[in-house]
Design a protein around this ligand. Sequence first.
Ligand code: HEC
Ligand code: HEC
Ligand code: HEC
Ligand code: HEC
Ligand code: HEC
Length: 190
Amino acid sequence: MKRTGRIWSGFLVGLATVLLSQCSPYAGKNLLNFFFDGVPETDSSQAKRTDLLETSADTLGQEEAILALEKPTRFVHYPYEAGECASCHNELSLGTMVEAQPGLCYTCHEDLSTVYNYLHGPVAGGYCTSCHDPHMSESEKLLRKTGDNLCFHCHGKESVENNEMHQDLEGMLCLDCHNPHGGEDKYIFQ
Ligand code: HEC
Ligand code: HEC
Ligand code: HEC
Ligand code: HEC
Ligand code: HEC
């Protein structure tokens, strides 16, 4: 709970800064009241969050503010936000890591080779940061690119589209069928 609390309070302070720099002075004042009176110090359970959203609706009556609250503009990796640089970087030389990937990531995350029969090439090879930013991202799950562009970074668009299995993909995303990490066999289906 404590961790989640810290994530939320950090996020709200960051969000306040973003909103304050973008809104009119009038809206800014209301937001200031909301953020400084309304942000809980500790417990920020889902219920509290719903509460906050309702309070902000009452106080502000501003749909944008609520939308902004629901959709953060930046996603920060917890250990980075917490200043735990040394969980990944050697303290004496930031340029070197305490361990190579994927082991580095598996010190805190589930070892994906225990989850899937077959691992996607870059996962097996330990290139987690080819898809995820280790610090922060504008996209959910710390992704470097969104949608199919994440895949086209390595897989040629034409060769994928020329595959007869991909003839009728209108409106579908790569991730509707393929899993980004692994699967039963080499086609890594979801
Ligand atoms: C979860 C692991 C992790 C944490 C925590 C982390 N880093 Fe990094 N950092 C990396 C990796 C991996 C790279 C290598 C670049 C890449 O793969 O994108 C990197 C690269 C960097 C770079 C090189 C420039 C860049 O952005 O690519 C700097 C500077 C840096 N980190 C500073 C920090 C500082 C300061 C902190 C703590 C506030 C921190 N890092 C926390 C994993 C981490
Ligand atoms: C020191 C521990 C630690 C290390 C090392 C670490 N992570 Fe994380 N990571 C976390 C925590 C804590 C969270 C938040 C999980 C949660 O809230 O359930 C997280 C969340 C994530 C998320 C999900 C973010 C989201 O928006 O849901 C991704 C993706 C991720 N980490 C990737 C990586 C990758 C890739 C590496 C290796 C370069 C890595 N992590 C190394 C602790 C770590
Ligand atoms: C080919 C791109 C790609 C590579 C390489 C990759 N990931 Fe991911 N990862 C994703 C995508 C896409 C998601 C989001 C999946 C979703 O939301 O269903 C994700 C989600 C995650 C999450 C969040 C899981 C959750 O349920 O919230 C973690 C943690 C994570 N990856 C860790 C890793 C680690 C560790 C590695 C390296 C061993 C790695 N990833 C390599 C694309 C990748
Ligand atoms: C960092 C580069 C990289 C990214 C990004 C990437 N892939 Fe891959 N992908 C690979 C490599 C390397 C292989 C293994 C190729 C081999 O072994 O011949 C592979 C294999 C595959 C395969 C199995 C095909 C085969 O012949 O082995 C599928 C399916 C696949 N990727 C789908 C995706 C999807 C979907 C995405 C986006 C979520 C994606 N890839 C993103 C590098 C990448
Ligand atoms: C409707 C489901 C579906 C979607 C969506 C889909 N694929 Fe596939 N993909 C498949 C099937 C089925 C195969 C072939 C498996 C076989 O040959 O047995 C395949 C094969 C592949 C292969 C290996 C063959 C090759 O062309 O080298 C790659 C790589 C691949 N897909 C990437 C992608 C990418 C990238 C996207 C998004 C642009 C995507 N797929 C979207 C179902 C899908």
